[in-house]
Write a protein that binds this ligand. Structure first.
Ligand code: ADP
Ligand code: ASP
Ligand code: MG
Length: 440
């Protein structure tokens, strides 16, 4: 069994959706096709929700009308026959009636989550109908019937697997099963989601749940690049990465993968292949257990980091001190990304500021607190990178005079992380690209 996920741009126009249908039909064997919403849709649904939260009904109505027009056009250009044009209209009318119903009621977080789910529900229904029109046999596998998260918003892999396996077995006759990325149910059985970009995570969770042979993530670029192609010019695709390397890159900001994508796949050693929908002949990237040793593979950057320094000359060396500091973060469900210590201070970084006020109040008991916002973690990844001779010298020479606030080295052999101020990011990524990949 293969799990094949297509992102928003891959299904972003009727022509592209047609191409995805051709691609999927050409791949042999049984497969579960995971689709994102048509590109731009989730952003618009977020905008609509924000307008409704701010009581801007007119703005919301305008956005809803425009989105509906977009789908009417999409339907006109996707389907060929009048029967399917009518079906397209029905699909649109059903979802937009619900959207308008949500907009008319008391709009709360729950309505927002239901609103956000409409994108994936629309794209999969269109795709399913289109395959039918082309006489390609397929069945829907509704994500809301099997994909779930617990009270801590963590996916329930075992339960997902228990629900999914009999479902798939009962549909044995069908080679193509279609499901929605991103959406799920939470512990209250309400509609929820796996956070922005979550369709990659859906694919990986399904892959792990059914012990797929491979998980394929099809997107708009020819694999994981060695640096952020939106910021750096001369980037290139990487042929192979280990799970650990890919996991670090995804977690530390490589947008091509949702931060948690690799975790379920790695648990069952299921290879993850990144492919380009716009250039299917390109080799892409294969993520698996093996890779080249001692090589710098790639750089990623994660923004919106907050650094917290706790200074305490009295207590830092006392045993149990770090534990008590970490307990504060644990209590507030906030995870720490980087940490560095000196004799008088300990610095940590977090990417989730929601409990920052409470955390800093509690940390004040231990000493003086300094908080710096607008920081970026630059993460340099490679297999057994720490064994590579002169790697730190190379990195710091490349960075020149860019001030580095924290360094993390040795935590794992795959990763060296640096903390810099966000306005320096573009320059730092470019300098590192020149120094680590372009210099001969
Ligand atoms: P999809 O809609 O298919 O999920 P995304 O926009 O989420 O696609 O991810 C693909 C985009 O990720 C690329 O177009 C590229 O701009 C961006 N990206 C950021 N960092 C990297 C990287 N290291 N390698 C490849 N793409 C990257
Ligand atoms: N449609 C969702 C988003 O835009 C999920 C995804 O595309 O992966 O975030
Ligand atoms: Mg994505």
């Amino acid at each position: 069994m293969l799990v094949i996920k297509f992102g928003g741009t891959s299904v972003g126009t009727p022509e592209r959706m047609m191409k995805v249908a051709t691609l999927v039909s050409a791949i042999e064997g049984r497969k579960i096709v995971v689709l994102s919403a048509v590109s731009g849709t989730t952003n618009t649904l977020v905008e609509i929700s924000n307008a409704l939260m701010a009581d801007e009904q007119d703005q919301a109505s305008q956005l809803i009308d425009n989105l509906e027009k977009f789908y009417n056009n999409f339907s006109k250009n996707l389907f060929k026959t009048s029967t399917y044009h009518t079906l397209g209209e029905e699909i649109i009318s059903r979802h937009f009636s619900l959207i308008r119903l949500l907009a008319a009621g008391k709009f709360d977080e729950r309505s927002r989550r239901e609103m956000l789910a409409q994108g994936e529900l629309l794209s999969t229904e269109f795709f399913h109908a289109y395959l039918n029109e082309r006489d390609v046999k397929s069945r829907m596998l509704p994500a809301l019937h099997f994909m779930s998260i617990d009270e801590d918003n963590e996916p329930e892999l075992e339960k997902i697997s228990e629900r999914l396996r009999p479902l798939i077995k009962s549909l044995e006759k069908y080679e193509i099963l279609i499901t929605q990325g991103y959406i799920c149910r939470n512990h209250k059985n309400e509609i929820d989601n796996l956070k922005r970009g979550g369709s990659d995570y859906t694919a990986s969770l399904i892959g792990a749940a059914v012990r797929a042979d491979e998980i394929q993530i099809w997107t708009d670029i020819d694999g994981m690049h060695n640096n952020d192609p939106r910021i750096v010019k001369n980037t290139f695709p990487i042929a192979a990465l280990t799970f650990d390397e890919a996991s670090e890159l995804a977690y530390f900001g490589a947008k091509i993968l949702h931060p948690s994508t690799i975790v379920p796949a790695q648990k069952y050693s299921i290879p993850v292949r990144l492919k380009n929908t716009m250039d299917e002949a390109a080799p892409g990237t294969i993520i698996s257990d093996s890779s080249e040793k001692g090589k710098i593979k790639a750089i990623a950057a994660k923004d919106q980091i907050t650094a917290i320094k706790i200074k305490s000359s009295r207590m830092l060396l006392a045993y149990g001190f770090l534990r008590r500091i970490f307990e504060v973060f644990e209590k507030h469900h906030t995870s720490i990304d980087m940490i560095s210590t000196s004799e008088v201070a300990v610095s940590v970084t977090i990417d989730d500021n929601r409990a920052l006020h409470e955390i800093s109040e509690e940390l004040m008991k231990f000493g003086t607190i300094e908080i710096d916002h607008n920081q970026t973690i630059i993460c340099i990844v490679g297999n057994k990178l720490a064994d590579k001779e002169g790697v730190l010298k190379l990195i710091f020479n490349s960075l020149g005079t860019i001030p580095v606030r924290m360094v993390s080295f040795g935590g794992s052999k795959n990763n060296i992380s640096l903390l810099i101020e966000t306005p320096q990011k573009e320059k730092a990524l470019n300098l590192l690209n020149e120094g680590l990949f372009e210099a001969k």
